[in-house]
Design a protein around this ligand. Sequence first.
Ligand code: DQA
Length: 148
Amino acid sequence: MNNKIILINGPNLNLLGEREQSQYGSITFEKLKDICQDKSEELGLTLEFFQSNVEGEIVNLIQDSRKTFDGIIINAAAFTHTSVAIRDALSIFKKPIIELHISNIYKREEFRHKSLISDVATGGIFGLGSDGYILAIISMQKLLKNEN
Ligand code: DQA
């Protein structure tokens, strides 16, 4: 069955609800996690929802995901703009990858305009707020069912 997905959150996303509400809205990380779990269940997906502030932990997890998961949704947060290691790990994962950002990174500071992971991802969602998480789960389900 092609239904095991992992949603990886990078640094500082654990502080959603507290950090820069003008960029990221008021939803808390815990609430977002609950909504994502509910949506995944509704769509028949098994979701692992993960967050780390540590680059190497994310690299290890992406490597391990090769064997365990059918798709990766990733909001790599600040590592999006800096991490060749996360990019390289993603490029080894030969299954669907969705890049996700809450804010519109292209409307913000110039250093956020460059993503090191967009061209190794299947597709991406940005600037749609926390709804982007739900949209990413819906899109991933379609990718896994080849309905996209
Ligand atoms: C972010 C955008 C990044 O530039 C930033 O460093 C984040 C969150 C987003 O979801 O909009 O931490 O990935």
